[in-house]
Design a protein around this ligand. Structure first.
Ligand code: 5SP
Length: 160
């Protein structure tokens, strides 16, 4: 679950009870990320921490060892079909360098033309909405990130 609305704290247990297994919240939306992480962890869900395009990635670093995944948003949260913000890739690369085993996701405007940039930056997970819905071959759009991310991860590990 990627929670973008207000009062996300109140939804932790209602999401866990029917079976959600991961809970993504935005760093910008809480003053108490540590408490929130602990509350999610207690439900046995994975903890994922997201940052919006305007947020400095260094604010995420103190929490990186307590989460399962960092989500670097490449559009402003809200609307489908926005343009991929390539200038977010340095954030992904910075996180990958500091936290080599952290899952890093990119979300927003990810399509066959942009997925390689995400993977080369260091993302190992991507989310696509519009690209799949608009494609005449949605299966290939779904499969491509898996192949591209795994190739890029191999290359990145060769350079380390
Ligand atoms: O939900 C959001 C952002 O909050 C939408 O921007 C889209 O769901 C992102 O996916 P794409 O359509 O850009 O792939």
């Amino acid at each position: 679950m990627h929670m973008m609305g207000a009062r996300k704290e109140q939804w932790v247990k209602p999401m866990a009870i029917p079976g959600a297994n991961q809970y993504t919240f935005h760093l910008e939306a809480t003053d108490i990320p540590g408490t929130f992480i602990k509350d999610i962890r207690e439900t046995m869900m994975k903890v994922d921490l997201a940052i919006k395009p305007g947020t400095n990635v260094e604010y995420l670093a103190p929490w990186a060892n307590q989460i399962n995944m960092a989500l670097v948003m490449t559009v402003e949260p809200r609307f489908r079909g926005q343009k991929f913000m390539e200038d977010m890739m340095p954030k992904v690369h910075w996180l990958r360098t500091l936290f080599p085993s952290l899952d890093i996701e990119v979300y927003g405007g990810v399509c066959p033309d942009t997925v390689r940039k995400c993977a080369e930056g260091g993302a190992n997970m991507t989310v696509s909405g519009s690209a799949i819905m608009r494609s005449e071959d949605p299966r290939s759009v779904i499969n491509l990130p898996r192949n591209v991310c795994s190739e890029a991860a191999q290359k990145l590990s060769l350079y380390q």
